[in-house]
Design a protein around this ligand. Structure first.
Ligand code: SF4
Length: 337
């Protein structure tokens, strides 16, 4: 039976987490880490074990996000799980008590970063979104930008987001909620994953600012990104046999939506099958006769990885474009609520 998580977010692997684990008296714990932290997972497990006296097992499967929490069967009898690198998604219920260690990163000079933004001539009304690791820098950066005449808005997002200004690869409602009041967005963090997602989700320009290197990237070319997706939609629009991917991960499952898409396909004279899975290895979908897929699991499978699959993978809003229920020229990001 699903149990509520025990008020569980910690900035780093350290004494506050250890104290909480000791307070519960856990003897067996499971540790889940994202791919980027796999190398140090054993060392982290040893630290937790030493500080708490519990035996800590490392899950072999790296996690994508707080949406694919360890399942009850995966944790092998552990009493609780520790998930590194992600914030809790408030509307996802964990199958066992789960502690989230967000791995907040210190560093980043707000004065220097603000000057980089001003020197680059960015608009004076900006929305700000940050990866979970750099959220502590948001307030100081807003203050530094304010002193230089830049007004910054941050939004609070919907029930899938824990913090104001937080970015999740499937949900940029913190940005969308302030879009009308700003002329562009600044993403604070590293890598292209979030700036790309944000560029699909909002129509205003998006700049990415690496807080540690103080490097500001040129704005993403949204028109080119969207044109590529529209081309894929057009290619898939003649498909007769559709596979509708449905996730078995706790926070990626949209079964009701998938069933309604099957009905929409049938109403348009197409056939559609529900396809259940967790990671959706492209090899498992080969040679089964599907001409196109709709991914109701993580939207980034369609947006970032479609080319790895044996047929085009669309998001649910893109599917509605492909069957003519939505206009192709009004692109909509697949926000996972
Ligand atoms: S659904 Fe995808 S983007 Fe959203 S939290 Fe999970 S892995 Fe990240």
């Amino acid at each position: 039976m699903a149990v509520p998580t025990p008020s569980p977010c910690f900035p780093t692997v350290g004494e506050p987490l250890f104290a909480e684990l000791r307070r519960h008296g856990y003897r067996r714990l499971a540790l889940q880490v994202p791919a980027g932290l796999l190398r140090s997972a054993d060392e982290t497990a040893a630290r937790i074990s030493e500080a708490t006296g519990a035996r800590v097992a490392v899950l072999v499967r790296a996690c994508f996000g707080a949406c694919d929490l360890p399942t009850a069967s995966e944790i092998g009898g552990a009493e609780a799980a520790i998930v590194l690198g992600h914030a809790e998604i408030p509307n996802v219920v964990a199958p066992v008590p789960t502690f989230f260690v967000e791995m907040r990163q210190p560093g980043g000079d707000p004065e220097r970063l603000a000057q980089v933004v001003v020197d680059a001539g960015l608009p004076r009304q900006l929305g700000l979104v940050a990866s979970i690791q750099h959220l502590d820098l948001v307030d100081p950066l807003i203050e530094s930008l304010g002193r230089r005449g830049v007004t910054v808005r941050i939004g609070s997002g919907d029930r899938r987001l824990q913090y104001a200004a937080q970015a999740l690869g499937c949900n940029y409602t913190t940005a969308q909620s302030v879009e009308e009041d700003v002329a562009g967005f600044l993403f604070l963090g590293t890598g292209r994953f979030h700036p790309l997602g944000l560029a699909y989700a909002v129509t205003k320009p998006v700049w990415a600012l690496d807080p540690l290197q103080a490097i500001l990237e040129p704005p993403l070319d949204r028109a080119r990104l969207v044109a590529h997706r529209q081309m894929l939609v057009a290619q898939a629009s003649s498909a007769q046999r559709w596979g509708i991917l449905v996730s078995t991960f706790a926070g990626q499952s949209r079964r009701g939506m998938a069933e309604s898409l099957v009905r929409r396909a049938e109403a348009h004279g197409r056939s559609a099958s529900l396809v259940l899975g967790d990671r959706f290895d492209p090899r498992d979908l080969l040679g089964r006769g599907w001409e196109a897929f709709v991914c109701t699991a993580c939207p980034r499978i369609a947006l970032d990885d479609s080319e790895m699959y044996p047929a085009p993978v669309l998001t649910p809003p893109e599917f509605l474009m492909a069957i003519g229920e939505r206009p192709l020229d009004q692109y909509q990001f697949d926000t996972f609520h």
